[in-house]
Design a protein. Structure first.
Lengths: 344, 256
């Protein structure tokens, strides 16, 4: 069974440090939500409040429609997969996985069967009688996941569970995590600072910065149509061109562009959205000179200096078959762009 | 230089163990006095000691007092260590100091203090009152050992257990205590040996039933005899036995 979560105007502070500055969020049952942000943005604090390890200074936490703000972790329908896995070193894997069921009073034989099922679900069907110290980091992680899922929580909280793994294993675990979440249908709330991980697994990404939500939406939307300068920059490399909006035109160092904006604004363009090939429906960025480029396998990463603003730098990803030469001039166009209020 | 350091080592061990070796040797003396020349070996004093009802009841009393008082000291020390290591309490520095303080107070003072307290409260002296004295001296020891071995590792395992629905008592019983097992065993056996051969408190706080060291002291008052050597050797044997158990259980686990 899975339940939705409703957070209402959560505030939290540690001494004079404000960790959460009014966070409201609703999470649908069965949704895979990723809280994404740099360290200190409040994402882990938010997760701890969800798990019951911290009580917010103000605000409410509702899980499945019931107020859980002041309920202890042991009485919540949530379980957590901890960053350091926190397996019990003196128990076999079966006992580790069955611990929550034991606390709920399930008979020994039933627990054992269920623990076997859960270990099989995470790909360790033969390991029931082994001990945590015999496992690799990736395997411990799977056991931690099995243990947290064994009690059939309504919401599973994941605290940077993939942080300690090497890149290849991390990508593999992301796929598995997503597949397991689809199978069990539990609501997952996952914390990470890795935007690629967030995009790989999330139904919806919540970008956090300085104790507030900076942006939220499906990965594609947060990446392509960010709603704040912070999330535009945090989700991946982006060219930010400062400008001044005057109704139907945006005045930038590149000249006046036909974009609707008012007041200080920033034109944001991802490197892969910049092209040298003309076409319909493109935003013209004018001529620029190529300063340098490097081959990255999937693309050439090239730095341009617009002729209209020689001090400005635009980074573009040119196709594999392009042959960029330093010093050459090209007409640049943007396939996609976003205009955001304010300047970085 | 190498020879010198070995010589130093030999001298040091000789200094520590020679008296014990002599004591054990003359417990096998075939004669009335435990002094050279050595005649024997003979087991007659062991036979006599093992047949002596007072010494044997002293031995049993010592075993009971040592095992129960150490268990109590361990239990209280464990709860105190857990409380001070896990929770932010007002005045925790002071509480820690107060818990450790008995270590620095002489056994004589502790015994005298308890004695006058018992007198005022109208509690008669017995093995129980001596046992309480041993809890007083061993509690700081157990507390210090357990407090020092509580780390971040346990803290996060405890958090996970609570998250999975364990009550505080279940956390202590199923997670904290088993994870601390090596330190718990070490603290218990150390407390056991301290209680086992403790004399001053046992002497001042018992009356009719007494522990073995008190019985041996009474024996010594009637002069030197290989009987004292024999019972002394038995006491030593028990201590060595505890040490071997510790080596086999505690330290083997720690190394794993």
């Amino acid at each position: 069974m899975s339940a939705g979560v409703e957070l209402r105007d959560l505030r939290m502070s540690f001494g004079s440090f404000t960790a959460l500055d009014g966070v409201s969020l609703s999470i649908a049952p069965g949704e895979f939500v990723v809280l994404l942000g740099p360290s200190g943005c409040g994402k882990t604090t938010l997760l701890s409040i969800l798990g019951g390890f911290l009580t917010p200074v103000a605000g409410e936490v509702l899980i499945g429609g019931r107020d859980m703000t002041r309920i202890a972790p042991k009485d919540r329908p949530t379980t957590t997969m901890f960053q350091d896995y926190a397996l019990f070193p003196h128990m076999s894997l079966a006992d580790n996985v069955a611990f929550g069921l034991r606390m709920r009073g399930m008979a020994k034989r039933e627990r054992r069967t269920r623990a076997q099922e859960m270990l099989a679900l995470v790909g360790l069907p033969e390991a029931a009688d082994r001990y945590p110290h015999e496992l690799s980091g990736g395997q411990r992680q799977r056991v931690a996941l099995a243990r947290a899922l064994a009690v059939d929580p309504q919401v599973l909280l994941l605290d940077e569970p993939l942080g300690a793994l090497d890149l290849k294993l991390r990508r593999q675990m992301q796929d598995e995590l997503k597949a397991i979440q689809r199978r069990v249908g539990t609501t997952f709330v996952h914390v990470t600072h890795d935007q690629e991980e967030a995009m790989a697994i999330a139904d919806r990404i919540v970008v956090m910065n300085a104790g507030r939500i900076a942006d939220l939406g499906p990965p594609r939307e947060v990446y392509l149509r960010p709603k704040s300068l912070f999330s535009a920059a945090f989700m991946g490399e982006i060219n930010q061109i400062p400008g001044e909006g005057q109704g139907k035109a945006l005045h930038t160092p590149l000249g006046a562009l036909p974009l609707a904006a008012n007041g200080p604004a920033t034109l944001c363009i991802r490197p892969e959205a910049i092209t040298t090939a003309p076409g319909p429906d493109l935003l013209p960025l004018g001529p620029a000179r190529l300063l340098e480029s490097a081959f990255f396998g999937t693309h050439h990463r090239a730095h341009f200096a617009p002729l209209a603003a020689p001090d400005l730098r635009l980074t573009a990803h040119l196709p594999q078959d392009a042959e960029p030469q330093p010093g050459m001039q090209a007409e640049l166009h943007a396939r996609a762009h976003v205009v955001l209020e304010g300047r970085a | 230089m190498r020879v010198l350091s070995w010589l130093y080592l030999a001298l040091m061990f000789g200094f520590i163990f020679l008296p014990v070796a002599v004591l054990v040797l003359f417990s096998f003396q075939d004669g009335r006095l435990p002094v050279p020349p050595f005649n024997g070996p003979s087991l007659r004093w062991y036979v006599e000691v093992l047949g002596d009802r007072r010494l044997m009841s002293g031995l049993m009393n010592s075993l009971i007092v040592a095992s129960l008082s150490s268990a109590m000291a361990l239990f209280l020390g464990f709860l105190a260590a857990q409380g001070l290591a896990r929770y932010r309490l007002p005045g925790s520095v002071l509480m820690r100091a107060a818990l450790i303080a008995p270590l620095t107070v002489s056994y004589l003072i502790i015994a005298l203090g308890l004695m006058s307290l018992y007198q005022r409260a109208g509690i008669g002296l017995s093995l129980w009152t001596a046992g309480v004295g041993h809890v007083v001296i061993n509690l700081p020891l157990c507390f210090a050992i357990l407090y020092a071995s509580m780390g971040e590792h346990q803290r996060s395992a405890e958090r996970a257990a609570r998250d999975l629905g364990a009550s505080e008592v279940q956390v202590l019983r199923l997670i904290t205590a088993p994870m601390l097992a090596p330190s718990m065993l070490a603290a218990y056996f150390l407390a056991f040996t301290f209680s086992w051969d403790e004399f001053i408190i046992a002497y001042l706080l018992t009356r009719f039933d007494v522990t073995l060291p008190v019985e041996i002291w009474a024996l010594l008052r009637s002069g030197l005899s290989p009987r004292a050597n024999a019972i002394g050797s038995l006491v030593f044997l028990v201590s060595v036995g505890v040490l071997i158990i510790m080596e086999l259980t505690v330290f083997r686990r720690v190394r794993r």
